[in-house]
Design a protein around this ligand. Structure first.
Ligand code: UT7
Length: 324
């Protein structure tokens, strides 16, 4: 018994914010953003458009692609760090909107690794008897972005991607997942205010602690090291070589990070999916959005060998290999 990807879907808000738009908001330039990150534009949710709204659209598209009804779902997992509310879980709002009357629903918090972590949970549940699990990565990063901080506001975007994970008897499916964490590095990427350690207050607002803070340069170095390490461990666990891969779908944070990883692994550019020029860093949504694009563009077909790789706040890092 394996867990396979039965369908993919994604959704991006209509509003496009270009680097030129950001030049009018903070002391930055299109040239700096493109050269240092690879990002040209990002999608930003409309006022009142929340995480579950994006997730529902992506989820519907994944269900259609899988040829399933919402009532077929046993579980909905939403990977996010920007849920609609501190509680209830965004997955419950999605469950209601989809009409997934038989599904359990909960959120998973592992920042940019959330989707790969949630995929591994779905894999385990399907292997232990569930038939269909909807895994969604959905983020409204614009809600936790400090639009006066040039160090971070040029990086992030909003969006959602989803996959239906279903039981399968054949060769296709998730071959393995690999999850890691190192909490000693928790301060590299953090939203310091608004949680139980520093609950919302006037001081939190005045000091802008409700927004994401990042030590970008240190994170960059750890990202390159961890992505390489986990990719090698994942290939070796499956007796695979880099040449066996048809496509590497990494978390889309910075094109320079990904170029360094490609170089270290000996992965040619045409085997790596890069779409951060159009979306920026959408955290847990970045890998499922990229997967959906790759499927719809025919870059992933039945039989393709696909590796995922992610890293993010926590720190966490994670990977998966899938025979499509
Ligand atoms: O998914 C979550 C994981 N997060 C990441 O993967 C982020 C990883 N880090 C990065 O992508 C990069 O570190 C950044 C893109 C965030 C920054 O690039 P960098 O090459 O590491 O630049 P830096 O932080 O070392 O800053 C270089 C200079 C600084 O000026 P000085 O001190 O040299 O005068 C910054 O103040 O660039 C300046 N700078 C900017 N200049 C124009 C920082 N942000 C900007 C900006 N526009 N937006």
């Amino acid at each position: 018994m394996k867990a396979c990807i039965a369908g993919t879907g994604s959704y991006a808000p209509a509003k496009v914010v270009t680097n030129a738009d950001l030049e009018r908001m903070v002391a930055t330039s299109d040239e700096w953003i493109r050269e240092r990150t690879g990002i040209r534009e990002r999608r930003i949710a409309a006022t009142g458009e929340a995480c579950s709204d994006l997730a529902v659209q992506a989820g519907k598209r994944a269900l259609t692609a899988a040829g399933l009804a919402a009532t077929d779902l046993d579980m909905i997992l939403v990977a996010t760090c920007t849920g609609d509310y501190p509680l209830p879980a965004t997955a419950c709002l999605v469950q209601h909107q989809l009409g997934a009357t038989k599904a359990a629903a909960c959120d998973l918090s592992a920042a940019c690794c959330g989707f790969v972590y949630a995929l591994s949970v779905a894999d385990a549940y399907v292997k232990s008897g569930m038939r269909h699990v909807l895994v969604i990565g959905s983020e409204v990063m614009s809600a936790i972005t400090d639009w006066t901080d040039r160090n971070t506001c040029v990086l992030f975007g909003d969006g959602a991607g989803a996959v239906v994970v279903s039981a399968s008897d054949g060769e296709q499916g998730i071959l393995s997942t690999h999850l890691r964490s190192d909490g000693t590095l928790c301060e590299l990427i953090m939203v310091p205010g608004g949680g139980s350690r520093t609950p919302p207050s006037e001081k939190v607002i005045a000091e802008r602690l409700q927004y994401i803070k990042m030590k970008g340069n240190e994170t960059f170095k750890v990202a390159v090291r961890t992505l390489e390490e986990i990719a090698r461990a994942t290939l070796s666990a499956n007796g695979l070589r880099v040449e066996d891969l048809d496509l590497y779908v990494p978390h889309q944070a910075n094109v320079r990070i990904l170029k360094a990883v490609m170089e270290r692994l000996g992965l040619p550019r045409e085997k790596v999916l890069l779409n951060l020029d159009r979306y920026g860093n959408t955290s847990a949504a970045s890998i499922p959005i990229a997967l959906d694009e790759a499927v719809r563009e025919g870059r992933i077909k039945d039989g393709s060998l696909v590796m995922l790789g992610a890293f993010g706040a926590g720190l966490t890092w994670a990977s998966a290999v899938i025979r499509w």
